[in-house]
Design a protein around this ligand. Sequence first.
Ligand SMILES: Cc1cc2nc3c(=O)[nH]c(=O)nc-3n(C[C@H](O)[C@H](O)[C@H](O)COP(=O)(O)OP(=O)(O)OC[C@H]3O[C@@H](n4cnc5c(N)ncnc54)[C@H](O)[C@@H]3O)c2cc1C
Length: 416
Amino acid sequence: MRYSGLRIIKEALTGHKGWTPAWRDVAPQNQYDFIIVGGGGHGLATAHYLAKVYGKARIAVLEKGWIGGGNVGRNTTIIRSNYLLPGNEPFYEFSMKLWEGLEQDLNYNAMVSQRGIMNLFHTDGQRDAYRRRGNAMILHGSDAELLDQEQLRKEAPFLNFDNARFPIKGALVHRRGGTVRHDAVAWGYARSADRHGVDIIQNCEVTGFKIENGKILGVETSRGFIGAGKVGVAVAGSSSKVMSYADMRLPIESHVLQAFVSEGLKPVLPGVITFGAGHFYVSQSDKGGLVFGGDIDGYNTYAQRGNLPVVEDVCEGGMALMPMIGRARLLRMWGGLMDMSMDGSPFIDKTHIDGLYFNGGWCYGGFKATPASGYAFAHLLATDTPHDTATAYRLDRFISGHMIDEKGVGAQPNLH
Ligand SMILES: Cc1cc2nc3c(=O)[nH]c(=O)nc-3n(C[C@H](O)[C@H](O)[C@H](O)COP(=O)(O)OP(=O)(O)OC[C@H]3O[C@@H](n4cnc5c(N)ncnc54)[C@H](O)[C@@H]3O)c2cc1C
């Protein structure tokens, strides 16, 4: 079924009896050409592009829980292409272009909202670094503007400019950045993949791989063995666990990251705002809630819940930026499992096992990467060559010394 304005009117007039489920509930077959492990944003996007762009068939997505239950439905919904390094910026700009056409591509309202993102700076050195970043963005076809304090005051007068420990001197503004309704992205990709013949199988946990003579033959699951020609793993926070089934040890640690939503308020924020003197980012949802987050909790875990010291730390960041936030009541908070890589950048690569491919290491930033990650992973699975924008995301980069350390902080997951 195609969604359209006419369809909504027709359904409204006929008691909404004609809507069908967004995707089929199917039992797993014995054998597929492609199995994608993980029904998050990246796994579903991979299946969508594999079927739609690369014309492949006999594809299954295996999800241990339910669609939208992982990070894809737990993040703070920010999309942007404001990276500095050549290994990253073309990839994230490709993703931004895919976001810009996503709703038409999927025939699904994902509430893509390019409301802009402002990265605040507080020192002269930080301004120079942002100017350099802005130039790199423009060189790669993205957009960037550097606002001084006076220009910024006009756009965000409520910020605590002067009476603060870290006075705000200006901002790097990326107008095409913004927010997208996160779980709608999962639903939209799932629905489109299903329409292109992909089997989406929920409540199906992969518990092992069948590997013989260096080649993958299929996956062991909670619903039995399923044979596969190629297996692509995109399980985000569970990456180290799942790849250990192939005896692989990854340069990835799993940490919990929390998100917060306040009660609904009248429109106050023009777009996404990030604090430059601490870790705090905030936007306002269409329902009015302030949606914000900060640092990871800082210890290794596979639990999707966080702790109070980080709640305090994040709220302090908010208070430093815009003290009026202290009047808002916090309604909800939750945690998600982050796959923190050692240089803060992801992997989209083959493994040493024939037919086994890996996608992970997305840290805080994998939501905005969802379309490009799915596209590039599908390209790799279909052609056995890396997509042009993802050639740097190799698993062996720590051996060859080609790290992509965007922040220059080394192997410290909490600082990326
Ligand atoms: C609080 C928070 C805020 C964030 N904010 C942002 C943001 O503003 N912008 C941004 O760009 N990024 C953000 N991120 C990061 C982003 O959400 C993730 O990097 C991205 O969603 C990860 O990819 P995914 O969607 O495929 O992951 P997931 O949705 O987690 O998908 C992985 C799936 O694999 C499944 N799985 C695991 N093990 C198995 C198994 N053995 N068998 C089968 N299935 C399995 C899981 O159940 C899960 O559904 C945030 C993350 C969190 C937690």
